[in-house]
Write a protein that binds this ligand. Structure first.
Ligand code: FUB
Length: 345
């Protein structure tokens, strides 16, 4: 059972050891998806609030209602600009609540915000909203993306101009309820029902190419399979390495790096493949656990350097659902492996 807050840490001392500080402090933010548009950094985070909802393993306490886009001139800036509300749940016809981790992309001067939210049946879907500006406001489509499900969309544009959407999350993210191809609504209070057994292949994130207008899936989503060192799929019981949520895809030296959170073991890990669909081979950890239960990130290149955007719960002194986004440099070694980052010295 995760803790809803942390009382045994000296946060003054922790903040001194932290390798980076919150990029904004006037609101709580999480799940930062960073991109470079027109030479500037834009961060698409969740906007955490304390709505007073019960704390549970389904994540009901993550009751976010809107998105703010943050911007920075350079990823090493110590503060980001908050560009105000970019999209509110009240403006999304199909969505009722829980605006979780978003992402964005750009095509032909238009900006596309992808976001998960629960519909009026309590089912997570993924929506898309469009703007002429990277900071919004974004105009949502009337319906969620056809056949979309679960959470944490991340969009990757490949060098040939194709766009791919990665998504999914287990427990409160509902991925395990879709194993038969339709939503299993039984045992609604259980985040663990319908998970594979520990000795079965782990549930995977999903990937689909997007249509040319970036508004729909161009194909049935495929499994993002992560293989171990023996080329076997990671098992569900391999909690230190298997996929939980927070997909991200970046390309480095022609290889595709799929990164993700292991959820209940709190690591950000990655796996390397030869194409956007994988399979990907597990390659290691990117970030050791942060203060707070969740870990979620993005990886972006700016000029010749790479940066990890991530979050922790230091600003709220350890409240699980009140997080703050941060950034730090990320290094690939001479063999292309990512050097593991310790968030506190
Ligand atoms: O912010 C709500 C959820 O927490 C995200 O969708 C997950 O990735 C986790 O960070």
């Amino acid at each position: 059972m995760p803790e809803d807050s942390i009382t045994h840490i000296d946060f003054n001392e922790l903040n001194k050891r932290a390798i980076s500080q919150p990029l904004v402090k006037h609101i709580y933010t999480a799940d930062p998806s960073a991109h470079v548009f027109n030479g500037k950094i834009y961060i698409y985070p969740s906007h955490d609030i304390d709505a007073g909802d019960a704390f549970d393993d389904l994540g009901s306490h993550f009751a976010m209602e809107d998105y703010h886009v943050l911007s920075m001139n350079h990823p090493s800036d110590t503060e980001a600009t908050d560009n105000g509300i970019a999209l509110h749940v009240n403006d999304v016809a199909w969505a009722e609540k829980q605006m979780w981790a978003p992402d964005a992309t750009e095509k032909n001067g238009k900006y596309y915000l992808y976001f998960p939210a629960k519909d009026y049946n309590g089912i997570f879907r993924i929506g898309v909203a469009v703007s002429d500006s990277p900071v919004g406001p974004f105009t949502p489509q009337q319906q969620a993306i056809n056949n979309s499900f679960s959470i944490d969309p991340a969009v990757f544009k490949d060098d040939d101009g194709s766009y791919y959407i990665y998504f999914g999350g287990i427990w409160g993210g509902q991925l395990q309820r879709w194993r038969t191809g339709s939503f299993n609504a039984e045992q609604p209070e259980s985040p663990f029902a319908f998970l594979p057994a520990d000795n079965e292949p782990a549930l995977t994130a999903k990937v689909a190419r997007l249509t040319n207008d970036l508004l729909e899936f161009a194909e049935t989503p495929k499994d993002v399979v992560i293989l171990d060192e023996h080329e076997n799929p990671l098992l569900q019981g391999d909690n230190n390495r298997r996929f939980f949520e927070a997909s991200w895809l970046h390309k480095y030296n022609g290889k595709y790096y799929f990164s993700y959170s292991t959820g209940d073991t709190h690591f950000l890990c990655y796996a390397i493949g030869d194409n956007p669909y994988g399979p990907f081979t597990y390659a290691g950890r990117i970030l050791e656990p942060v203060v707070g239960w969740t870990s979620h990130h993005s990886i972006v290149q700016f000029n010749n350097k790479w940066y990890l955007f991530y979050h922790d719960s230091s600003l709220s002194k350890g409240v699980t659902h009140l997080r703050c986004v941060k950034a730090t440099e990320l290094m690939h070694d001479e063999n292309g492996f990512i050097q593991t980052i310790q968030p506190y010295k």
